[in-house]
Design a protein around this ligand. Structure first.
Ligand SMILES: [Zn+2]
Ligand SMILES: [Zn+2]
Length: 104
């Protein structure tokens, strides 16, 4: 026996009829350090069943979308009239949409 089903990837199955993964999963999470493509985990190491951490969604939006609200380019954090936004809400809502966040 040379087959090792446990390590066999199933990309075809993942593309067939599954709901799309959250786009923020394509980057590493700056909060819990989950790797690209992996779901976020809690401090105890459990995989979260909810959306990626807000910090990951923000980092993804900043890295992949220009902001329709404050007009900053890729890789630049949002601002309000030149003032940096708070860490709790660093990205304008429209930028998350621009980055491909599924509609809530
Ligand atoms: Zn995370
Ligand atoms: Zn913005």
């Amino acid at each position: 026996m040379t087959d090792r089903p446990r390590s066999a990837p199933m990309p075809a199955a993942l593309r067939a009829g599954r709901p799309p993964r959250h786009p923020a999963l394509t980057i590493r999470c700056p909060h819990c350090t989950a790797a690209e493509g992996a779901r976020c985990t809690t401090r105890s190491g459990r995989v979260t069943k909810t959306d990626p951490h807000p910090a990951r969604q923000a980092a993804h939006a900043i890295a992949t979308a220009v902001c329709p609200t404050c007009q900053v380019g890729l890789g630049t954090p949002c601002h309000d009239n030149g003032i940096q936004r708070p860490d709790s809400n660093p990205v304008h809502n429209a930028r998350y949409t621009e980055a491909g966040r599924p509609a809530a």
